[in-house]
Structures are given as structure tokens and as C-alpha cells.
Design a protein around this ligand. Sequence first.
Ligand code: FAQ
Length: 328
Amino acid sequence: MYGGGYIFEETKNGKPESEDQGKLKNFEAKIAAGEKIEPSDWMPAEYRKQLIRMIEQHAHSEIIGALPEGTWITRAPGFRRKMALMAKVQDEVGHAQLLYSAAETLGKPREDMINDLITGKSKYSNVFNYPAVTWADTAVIAWLIDAGAIINQVANSKGSYGPYCRALERICIEESFHLKYGHDNVVFLATGTPKQREMVQDALNRWWKPIMHFFGPSDKISVHTETLMRWKVKMASNDDMRQKFLDMYVPKIWELKLTIPDPNLKKNQTSGKWEYTEPDWEEFKRVINGDGPCNKERLAVRRKSEEKGEWVRRALMRQDEQYVTPLS
Ligand code: FAQ
């Protein structure tokens, strides 16, 4: 079992169970047959470890992902947009809850996951370390980042780990509402006054690079893809997901007569693949390792809400019968 100190190896007669070739064969045969692996099923320690890493990072991304757009709730133009944005942000936090629950089925306690987030030990998506400078940024996030998330998550919802796949299915249904909301906002701005068009073009210029990074490092340098694809945790490589996004969304962006800030972006008619300027992977590494424009701010907000909510959690857990609220 998953235990204190995160020892993932299960042992049998002193031998790590992950070395049990018979079980491994059955496990891989099940995956090859398209069956789901459930929490009580035997799984190799590395599969468990990889799933915890990926689902936990995904959960953190949803909860931190609520912050860039969340800062616009009070400033959204008009009551209708304010309500829609509030509902979207609330959905994203709900996705985090679903994902933390899915990760918990693998044995890592939620408190430990939150602790790893706020101490900077765990990663979360690069994109949420950039600021939403204007209202148009929220439109671009809701359209294109949600689109990228859907491409990734619809594919991976057909994967091998039952609890994660079921969470992804539900998340994708909600994300598709977000995408429509984001598209509506982008179209409104792109077909509006020259100032509104300029705002949305500026936002696209700011977000293009983080969006290209969003799908993960190129297949040449991706660390985990091979193992994760073998075990059907990832159903396509980072580059293939990026290509799919370009295929689906570049034409839609061009349709709005917006300019994509990459002079090298074009579809190679022979290979059928998009060519683009290789994203700066050094910048990507800096951002995911804590040195992006908003990393410190994002984690400070999470730390603060963790501190402020501590009394509620303690009261709920009834660890302190004599509990008094901070106001008393
Ligand atoms: N950001 O070997 P690979 C959303 C790390 S949800 C940060 O290729 P892998 C909803 C990676 O962890 C968005 N780190 O890794 C929303 C690894 O580091 P490690 C989140 C990244 O796992 C919308 C290292 O680089 N989605 O947006 C990123 O095979 C709007 C090497 O990379 C998910 O989490 C990145 N972009 O592939 C919310 C989906 N890419 O752990 C609010 C599930 C890579 O060794 C508003 N995750 N890294 O230290 C996945 O599909 C995969 O984990 C990838 C990365 C594709 C993200």
C-alpha cells in the first residue's frame, strides 16, 4: 500500500511487487484490452507514482487556474458576464475537487497534496503563472486555454485509470461550456470597436507563447510520455496534442482576422503538419519551476486561503472540541 514517506513499492517476500512479472503481464494485458484499472486492482508502483504526479498537478492547475480569471470577477463588464465568469471560476475549483479525490484513490492524502502545492514542491500548468492584464485576456483564456484543456482531456478520458477517466469526462462537459463562453467573448471583442479589437489582439499576443507551451515540452525532450502512453495514461504525445490544437483553432483565429504572433506558423501541405517557431523551452522550464511572472503571487494567494480556512477544517474534523472562531 501507499504509505508514510511515500514508499510506492509494494513488497511480497521482500521482493518489490512491481517486479512481479506475472502481475505486470496481466495488468498490461488489461490495459491493452481497453479495460479500466480501478483503485483496488494491482498496479505497478511506477504507474501509481506517475498517476499521482499527473493527477495532482492537474488538480493544482485547476485551483490555481481559477486565479487569473478570478481577479476579473469584480471588473467584468456587465452583470451577465460577471455571473458567467463567476460560474466558470466556480467550475474550475470544482474540477480541482474531483481531481484531488481521484488522486486520493491512489493513496496520497489531500493535505499532503495541498502542502506540496503551497510549498512549491508540486508543479501546476505553466499558463497560470501569467497575468490577465485586461478583460480580453480572460476571453482568450476561456476560449483557447479551455480548448487546449479539452483536447488533452477528451483524449485522456479514454485512458486506463478509471477514477481519473470518469473525472475527466465530467470536467470536459463543463469545459465545453467555458469554451463557448470564451469564444463568444472573443468574437464580441474582435467584431467590436477598433479599441476592442486591439485589446483582444494584444491579449492573443501575450497568450500565444504560454499556449504553445501548455501542451508540454516537444516529444524530443518530454520525459514521461513514453511510459505514460504505454500505460494509456496519456493517449497522445505532447506534439500530437499541440498539432491537434493548431488544426482546430488556427483557422478559427484567422477567421476573426486576428494575427497569430508567429511569422513561421503555416501548415505544411505535404506532411499535413503545422510548422511553427520552436517554443522557448528554457523559458518554459523557468516558469514551471517557480520563476514565472506570477508564480510567487499565485502561491501566496493559495497559502493565505489555506491559513484562513484552517479553523474551518479543524472545526469540521472536530480535532478541537473547545474550538473558538478567530472572531471570538
Ligand atoms: N505546465 O515529460 P513531460 C486547465 C512538466 S487544466 C507545467 O512531457 P507529462 C483547465 C511535467 O509535469 C491544465 N508543467 O510531462 C483550466 C514534467 O515535470 P515533472 C492542466 C508542465 O506529464 C482552464 C516535465 O514538465 N492540464 O487548463 C507542463 O508526460 C482555464 C516534463 O514534461 C493537465 O494537467 C505544463 N504545461 O506531460 C483551468 C492535464 N507540461 O513532473 C482554469 C493532465 C509539462 O517531471 C482556466 N496532464 N510539464 O517535474 C497532462 O496531460 C500531462 O501531465 C502534460 C505533461 C501534457 C501536461
